[in-house]
Design a protein around this ligand. Sequence first.
Ligand SMILES: [Zn+2]
Length: 295
Amino acid sequence: MSHITRRALLSASACAAFAVRGGAAPADPPRPSMPEMLPVNHDLHTHTVWSDGAHPLDLHILEARAFELDAMAVTDHFFPGMKLHDKPEQFDAYLGEIERIRSAQSDVRVIKGVEAAALDEKGTISIDARQAARLEWVLCDLGGKTEGVFRAAPADKAALRDNVLKAYMGLCDVEYLDAIAHPFNTGNLKPAVLIEDYGEARLRELAQKMAEKKKVFDVMNDQIYWFSKCGIAPRELTAQYVELVKIFARAGVRFQVSSDDHRTGLGNTRWSRIVLARAGVPLRQVVDATKIKRV
Ligand SMILES: [Zn+2]
């Protein structure tokens, strides 16, 4: 059905309802309002020109101050092919620059982080313990570097799904990992793996391990980006993601919100907070980013 036909149909049925009731025009569908969103004021997953973000660090931090965030983590990419990973002196310079700019102000707590990558379906991570010890917040995602999931992946959906779950289980064992970045970002894979494809029992098993190993679940605002090629309706993705978050919340997992900003979306966590609120996540299960320890 084309978009126009569907619109025409909806408006025809709205008119019919109006005619039958003979009363006031039908109300607009409910829209998320502030009370439906958790009052969380951090952004724990953002990028700068130190990897593939748009803005230099000084502008990035200036924006975080302007937006009156309480806390923000700079989490540039750290995997083979990126300068922070490949050149130790660049990693030193990155940490030095964050330290210099953050200590020149007191408006926002700026956290030194990176986003590492899982390199395979066993959950081998792209950063070692010695490098991680210099950071305050280490994220890891499944992405273009993950063998068995995003590259050299099985064509069979069940096998692909199993690899995703296995990778997350493996990441839980990485002691120095703090948070899993935008979990289940698998909608653009071929074949697409949707949230509902994972099955509740397997998700509960992972949720239990994440809670036990204290791995934080990153509810990243732009999850639709990772589902943009599979045709899922945005609100259907939201509904499935809310159910996913419920499973992890019940197991006691803690959450963070983030923009995964690359292009000035810093601090935009509207969707993340809608999801947490609809899933009924209590505030005590959301990371207090102002208390993340400095190194
Ligand atoms: Zn990212």
